[in-house]
Structures are given as C-alpha cells and as structure tokens.
Design a protein around this ligand. Structure first.
Ligand code: KG4
Ligand code: ZN
Length: 350
C-alpha cells in the first residue's frame, strides 16, 4: 500500500493528507474551525458537521496539489471511522466512500486513537525518519476527548491499562480557560499564561483511587480551580494579571503531575523501556519536559510527535492505514467497505 490519501473529520478540524508507506508525509492539510467554535467556548457538534461539508472538497484538492499527486498516484483511501462526533465523522466517511467508489480504490477505516499513537512515526521528506519505540511499550493518548494509557505489546496489539474516570485532560484545560474567560481551545492559552505564573501558588493535590491502578481524574482539579476563582475578591471578579497567571500555572502543574505520575507508574509496572505520548495535550511544553525528565530517571525513553501531529490531523490516519500492523488496531473487524458506518464511542482495544 504505497500512497494513502486520508480524511479526518472526527471533531472540529477538516483534514486530508497523503502519506507514503505509512510514514512519509507528502501533504498535510488542516482547515481549523477554531474561529467558529471559539465564541461558544467549545465545539458545537452541528456547526462542526456543517463546516466539514463546506471545507471537505477544497481540503482534499489541496492535499493532492501539495503532494503533486493525481488520482492515479493514490493506492487507497483511509478515513477516521471513530471515535468522535458522529455527525462530523459521517461527513468524512461519506466523502471517503464516494472517492473510493468513484476511483475504484480500497477504503481503509481507521481508529482515531490508533492514528494519534501512530503519529510518532511520521516525518516530512526533508526530515529523517524517527526511530520508533521498541516493543512492548506504554502509550498515552491525551486529548480533548481521551486520557488513557495502553500497553502496545507488538505492532497492532494494544491493551488498555487505564482511563479517565471523568473529564479528559484536554477538557479540563478547556473548562478552566472557559471559567476564566480566556477563550477556546484552552490548552494553548493556559500554557502561554502559565509561563508567567508561580506553579506553587496553589497546591492542588493528586487524586488517588484505592482500586484505581493508573486511572485519571480531572473533575476534582477543575472544581478546586472553580473554588479558587469564587474566593477571589468575594466572587465579584475573575482573577487577572499575576493572580490569573498563578492560578493557571498551578492548575497546569497539577494536571501535568498527574499525567506524569500515572505514566511513570504504568511504564515501571509494565517494565518497558519506551513510552509514547500522543494527542492534543502532548503539545504542552511543560508536560513534554516533565514527562521526559521523570521517565529518564528510570532509564525510560519518551517518544512524542512534533506538535503539528499531536493535534488532530489526517497524516496520522493515512500513516496508520499505510502500516499493515497499525491499521489492524481497532479496525472493527472485516466489513464490506461500502456499508461501514461511523462509531461514536469506541475503545481502542475492541
Ligand atoms: O487531539 P486533539 O486535537 O483533539 C481531540 O482528539 O480531542 O486535542 C485537542 C485538545 C484540546 O482540549 C486542547 O485544549 C488540547 O488538546 N491542547 C492542549 C495544548 N494544545 C492543545 N492542552 C494543553 N496544552 C497545549 N499546548
Ligand atoms: Zn484527536
């Protein structure tokens, strides 16, 4: 399967990409809808679907153009089948089905999280091919919709080790930003403001579960931030300036501590030498640094994609589809590709 054109529309990015042999990214086009959803403080599902349908054809055309490909250069069409917003997924799925049908190409459905975990293998033509993680390794998917740890035993063999019990980490960043009136998506804004704050200003504690293994929880932290906001000037104003930076830095520090703590525990308990960090929250510089340092203390190496392939994109989907083993993960079994449907909620190891 040499060249795969993939489409990704699981949330608010309309994306198309062409990837060769599962790793070489020839084009990578992402039309973001941030400006549209920003004023609502989060993604509005119907608006996401409506904007995908407007953007999808120009985005696919651009992906072909950037890669200097015509349809005769493409060997397969891949598409994100789930998990995600069903109305949004259906736009990409229908486009991919139609293209596969019209051009007589195979259609490869891909699990969105398999895509995030595969992003660590991608590179552009002028970049050297990354040395991937050894097997077995532990992988973390940390985004707006997911915070989970996996054991990846062999190519294509994944077992989920833990999950969040409530909010995803990215959701917590987004909610804290919204509580402080900072805009959407919260992650990059919080990270920027946190650079000027004191992470020790508030000592938010880590959640512990008696039976929880490496599970995550972010709703307690979110509530603690809300309580701090309410205490600020007797509920009459939102923290600003240095006060805001201190609160945001303390929140980010607690979120990062939790993500690092669980990942180090899981990696040690699984006895692995390599850890993969993927998903939108993996863009966060404080998380990347803290995770790398903490793992290094135990002789474990961190593999993390460049930020452009941490947030949603179609290169990770095309790469997964082009890699024999990776595309088995969460493939949902064999089905007639003309009849496949979107799957909104879908575990990676099912
Ligand atoms: O992977 P992604 O693009 O979409 C999902 O599959 O959810 O992740 C988006 C999430 C958002 O919650 C966003 O706030 C978060 O990733 N994010 C960040 C950063 N950049 C994006 N969180 C923390 N720090 C960042 N720099
Ligand atoms: Zn994602």
């Amino acid at each position: 399967m040499a060249r795969v054109l993939a489409i990704e529309t699981s949330c608010d990015e309309t994306a198309a990409s062409i990837v060769e042999d599962g790793h070489l990214v020839l084009s990578d086009v992402v039309a973001t809808q941030i400006d549209i959803h920003c004023k609502y403080g989060g993604v509005v599902p119907e608006l996401a679907s409506r904007n995908h349908i407007v953007n999808i054809i120009p985005v696919v055309e651009e992906a072909l153009e950037h890669a200097q490909c015509t349809w005769s250069d493409i060997d397969a069409i891949a598409v994100t089948r789930g998990p995600g917003l069903v109305g949004a997924l259906l736009v990409g799925l229908q486009m991919a089905k139609s293209l596969a049908y019209a051009h007589g190409l195979p259609l490869i459905p891909v699990h969105h999280l398999a895509g995030h975990l595969h992003a660590v293998y991608l590179h552009k033509p002028d970049e050297t091919r990354p040395v991937g993680p050894a097997y077995p390794h532990v992988a973390m998917a940390v985004s707006g919709g997911h915070t989970a740890l996996y054991r990846v035993t062999a190519p294509g063999e994944v077992v989920q080790l833990s999950n969040t019990r409530d909010d995803a980490a990215g959701e917590a960043f987004d909610k804290v930003a919204r509580m402080l009136g900072l805009g959407y998506p919260g992650g990059p804004i919080v990270e920027k403001i946190a650079r000027n704050g004191d992470p020790q200003a508030y000592r938010f504690t880590l959640p512990r579960f008696k039976d929880g293994g490496f599970d995550f929880s972010f709703s307690g932290l979110k509530t603690a931030v809300l309580t701090a906001i309410k205490k600020y000037e007797g509920d009459t104003a939102l923290p600003q300036g240095q006060d805001q930076a201190d609160l945001v830095a303390s929140f980010q520090d607690a979120a990062v501590r939790q993500l690092v703590d669980r990942t180090v525990q899981a990696a040690r308990s699984e006895g692995v030498q390599d850890v993969v960090l993927a998903g939108g929250v993996a863009c966060n510089g404080a998380l990347r640094t803290a995770m790398r340092t903490a793992l290094k203390e135990h002789g474990i190496e961190l593999h993390v994609p460049p930020p452009r392939w941490c947030t949603d994109n179609a290169a990770m989907i095309a790469g997964t589809a082009g890699s024999e083993a990776a595309r088995r993960v969460g493939s949902g079994g064999q089905e007639d590709d003309r009849r496949i449907n979107a799957i909104g909620a879908w575990r990676l190891d099912q």
